[in-house]
Design a protein around this ligand. Sequence first.
Ligand code: G3P
Ligand code: CA
Length: 373
Amino acid sequence: MQATRTIGVALSALALLGVATLSTASATPDAGDRHGTGAAPLVIGHRGASGYRPEHTLASYELAARLGADYIEPDLVSTKDGVLVARHEPEIGGTTDVAKHPEFAARKATKVLDGVTVTGWWTEDFTLAELKTLRAVERIPDLRQRNTIYNGRYEVPTFQEVIDLSKRLSRELGREIGIYPETKHPTYFRKLGLELEPKLVATLERNGLNRRGAKVFVQSFEVSNLQSLSRKLRVPLVQLTSASGAPYDFIDRGDKRTYADIVSAAGLREVAKYAAGLGPDKNQVIPRDAAGNLGTPTALVKDAHAAGLKVHPYTFRAENNFLPLNFRSSAVPSEYGNLFGELAAYWAAGVDGVFSDNSDIAVASRAETFPRR
Ligand code: G3P
Ligand code: CA
């Protein structure tokens, strides 16, 4: 570990001179988890290649795979007719063109999602056939203006379509493209009578993916649904944590424990009873200091590894807006900063994988730090 840290720190200094560029990464062999296996860490295409295409579209996932991602990451919500589709949240006003469809104007509704009042259009109010008439748009056009040229071009994909894509690309690229689905707002959907988990299990079963060794991780910010899934799935589970707050299922049942409790050494030992990994906010691994610069690592990676958990933090993005102050290239939020530098610090901290909107940069950075892959 010390050698890795030294290499990482040195590369971090060198990478300060680097410029994040879009380059096509070569295919990598099977990327196992480093912790305990000696393999290099994983690159997970966060919402696909969402730095370059509107998130959660087949175009975004395909590009992530072609840029070298080991896994593609669909967030899953339910339609009215119980089909799992890839969206970051049930409200779709920010990521589709639904507002431009007069036939759906009356569907606009104000709801409470995990305690937060939100107005918009909701996947649970649309059948799959209706959702398929919409087209995806860029979520953050001010930061990702280039992505807006793809607005209106891609459908909202089903989970099955994401799996089909991963299988097709695995054959074409000669390496297995894994899937890393996340159940989004499971308590919310359960209360609507649209439970996500039975559909998730059935879909994995149907595709021959509910087996040991399948290249699949299943993740959730809630706890109880992962505990339940641990009795039904034979693939590894990942407990997501936020830098603040608490799992909504805990809040819903009056359990006072928070994400801070979960990432304590004792909390991590509890997580290890039902999950194989932890997906923390990157700031829980290396917080920023008072000035906004990248600080020093917490004990999280060490404690998680001691509990037997892999650590896959989120989210690594090239724009200055998302980078610590000392890795920004300018005061312009949309301009690219030094993502290489940030990633080098996390490789050195011992993480086992990263969620990144820019798979190509994460793959190139990994190759610098782990050159023998
Ligand atoms: O699932 C890892 C990461 O994606 C969690 O954050 O909000 O982007 O789904 P979010
Ligand atoms: Ca996610």
